[in-house]
Design a protein around this ligand. Structure first.
Ligand SMILES: Cc1cc2nc3c(=O)[nH]c(=O)nc-3n(C[C@H](O)[C@H](O)[C@H](O)COP(=O)(O)OP(=O)(O)OC[C@H]3O[C@@H](n4cnc5c(N)ncnc54)[C@H](O)[C@@H]3O)c2cc1C
Ligand SMILES: NC(=O)c1ccc[n+]([C@@H]2O[C@H](COP(=O)([O-])OP(=O)(O)OC[C@H]3O[C@@H](n4cnc5c(N)ncnc54)[C@H](OP(=O)(O)O)[C@@H]3O)[C@@H](O)[C@H]2O)c1
Length: 371
C-alpha cells in the first residue's frame, strides 16, 4: 500500500527531479532472423509511489557510451580521472548527434564553410568529427568548454507506456525500437534507445532516471462498455498493450467491457509479431479482435490502412455505435495514411469525410499518440 509520504515523494518526480531506479527486464521482441531490434523493457517503480494510467508516457534521461566518453577525453587531452568532465560528457551533452553550433565553431577555427562541414559530417558523432578535423588541420584544438557550449543537451526521450498498473503493480513497461542505422558510411546509434537497451544491465541498482508524463489526450473511454479500435504498427503497439491489459483486468474483476479491436503491422509475420503470443492468448481468452498487416511477407506492401479498408463496413458500424478510434506510431507516414483511410471509410458510407472525422475529434473519440 502506498503511504502518504510515498505519494508525496511520487508527486516530486519531475524532469527537474527524476526518479532514479533500475531496469528489471530487457528482452528482444523480434525473433531471430528479423532485421529489427525492438525491446521489451521493464523499469521498477517499487516503493516510489509513482503511478500512471494507460495513455501516459515515460521520459528517460539518456547517457553516452562510456567508451565514446573515454575517446573524447583522450581527444581533448583531458585526464580520464577528471570526474566532473566524465560526468558532464556522459550525462549532459549529446555526443552522438552534433549540433549545428559545433559546425559553426569548427568553421571559425578552420576557415571552412560551416554548411559544407555539416553536410560532409552527416552521420558522424562529435568524437569522430574532432578526430577527422584534427587529421585535416593538425593545429585544430577545441576545449571541453567550447565543445559543451556548442553541443546539444542529452535531453530525455519519451516512450509510450506499454503496461497497466493493474497487471504490473510495481513497474512500468516499454516497447522500444533500438535505433541503429547507417548514414553517410557511419553507424548512427540513437542516444537514448541504445542507452536503455544496451548500456543498462538488468538489476543494476539506481541506474536510470525517469519521470511520467501525463497524457490526458490519449485516454480510454470513461465508460468501459464503449468499443475501442486501436491502430498501432511497430512500436505503436505500446499504449495498446496497456489499454488491453487495463480492460482485461476490468473484465477479470467482473466489469462489463466493450469489445477491443487491434490493427497491428510490422515487417514479417515470422519474426516481427511483437507480443504475438500474448495477443493471441487475449484473442482466445477475452475475444480481442486482431487484424494483422505484415508488410514484407509478400512482394507488395500490406499496411494497417489496407486492413482497415478491407474491414470498412465493420469499422463504420463500430464508429456509429460510439467506438473510440486510436492511432499510435510513426507520424510521418503511417498516421497520415491511416487518417486518410478513416476519411475514405466515412465517404464510402455516405458521410462528408472531413466533417465526420472532425466530429470524432470534437467528441474525443479519435486520439493520436504519434512521433
Ligand atoms: C510521445 C512519444 C512517444 C514515443 N513512444 C515511443 C515508443 O513507445 N517506442 C519507441 O521506440 N519510441 C518512441 N518514441 C520515440 C523516442 O522518444 C525516441 O525519439 C527514439 O527512441 C529515438 O531516440 P534516440 O535517442 O535513440 O535516437 P536519437 O539519438 O535521437 O536519433 C534519432 C535519429 O536522429 C538521426 N541522427 C542521430 N544522430 C545523427 C547523426 N550523427 N547524424 C545524422 N543523423 C543523426 C537519425 O535519423 C536517428 O535515427 C516516442 C516519442 C514520442 C514523442
Ligand atoms: N525515418 C522515418 O521516417 C521513420 C518512420 C517510422 C519509424 N521510424 C523509426 O524507426 C524505428 C522503428 O519503428 P517501428 O518499429 O515503430 O516501426 P516502423 O518503422 O514504423 O514500421 C512498422 C510497420 O509499419 C510499416 N509502414 C511503413 N510505412 C507505412 C505507412 N505509410 N503506413 C502504414 N504502415 C507503414 C512498416 O513497413 P515497411 O517498413 O515494410 O515499409 C512496418 O511494417 C523507430 O525508431 C521509429 O522512430 C522512422
Amino acid at each position: 500500500m502506498e503511504t502518504t509520504s510515498q505519494a508525496q515523494e511520487a508527486a516530486l518526480y519531475t524532469k527537474e527531479n527524476p526518479l532514479v531506479t533500475k531496469v528489471t527486464d530487457n528482452y528482444i521482441l523480434n525473433k531471430e532472423g528479423s532485421i529489427k531490434d525492438t525491446r521489451h523493457i521493464a523499469i521498477s517503480l517499487e516503493a516510489s509511489g509513482v503511478n500512471y494510467i494507460p495513455g501516459d508516457s515515460l521520459y528517460i534521461f539518456p547517457e553516452n557510451d562510456s567508451e565514446l566518453v573515454k575517446e573524447l577525453l583522450n581527444e581533448l587531452d583531458l585526464d580520464l580521472s577528471l570526474e566532473e568532465e566524465t560526468k558532464r560528457f556522459t550525462e549532459e551533452v549529446n555526443l552522438t548527434r552534433p549540433s549545428s553550433k559545433l559546425f559553426k565553431a569548427i568553421a571559425e577555427k578552420t576557415g571552412e564553410d560551416a554548411k559544407e562541414i555539416q553536410s560532409s559530417f552527416d552521420g558522424y558523432n562529435s568524437v569522430n568529427i574532432i578526430k577527422e578535423t584534427k587529421s585535416k588541420f593538425p593545429e585544430f584544438k577545441i576545449t571541453s568548454n567550447e565543445l559543451a557550449e556548442n553541443s546539444s543537451k542529452a535531453n530525455p526521450r519519451a516512450y509510450s507506456i506499454a503496461s497497466s498498473l493493474k497487471a504490473h503493480p510495481e513497474s512500468v513497461e516499454l516497447c522500444i525500437a533500438r535505433v541503429e542505422e547507417e548514414i553517410n558510411g557511419q553507424m548512427v546509434f540513437g542516444l537514448c534507445s541504445n542507452f536503455i537497451c544496451n548500456r543498462v544491465a538488468v538489476g543494476d541498482e539506481k541506474k536510470v532516471k525517469v519521470y511520467i508524463h501525463k497524457n490526458d489526450r490519449f485516454r480510454l473511454p470513461e465508460d468501459p462498455k464503449t468499443k475501442v479500435i486501436m491502430v498501432g504498427p511497430g512500436t505503436g503497439i505500446a499504449p495498446f498493450r496497456a489499454f488491453i491489459e487495463e480492460r482485461n483486468s476490468l473484465r477479470d474483476s467482473g466489469t462489463e467491457v466493450g469489445a477491443d479491436w487491434l490493427f497491428f503491422g510490422d515487417q514479417r509475420s515470422k519474426f516481427d509479431y511483437l507480443y504475438g503470443e500474448e495477443l493471441e492468448g487475449y484473442k482466445e481468452k477475452y475475444g480481442l479482435k486482431i487484424d494483422l498487416a505484415f508488410s514484407r511477407d509478400q512482394d507488395f506492401k500490406v499496411y494497417v490502412q489496407d486492413k482497415m479498408r478491407e474491414n470498412s463496413a465493420e469499422i463504420f458500424k463500430w464508429l456509429e455505435e460510439g467506438a473510440h478510434f486510436y492511432v499510435c506510431g510513426d507520424a510521418r507516414r503511417m498516421a497520415k495514411d491511416v487518417d486518410q483511410a478513416l476519411k475514405d471509410i466515412a465517404a464510402e458510407h455516405g458521410k462528408d469525410p472531413e466533417e465526420y472525422v472532425k466530429a470524432l475529434k470534437d467528441e474525443k473519440r479519435y486520439s493520436r499518440d504519434v512521433y
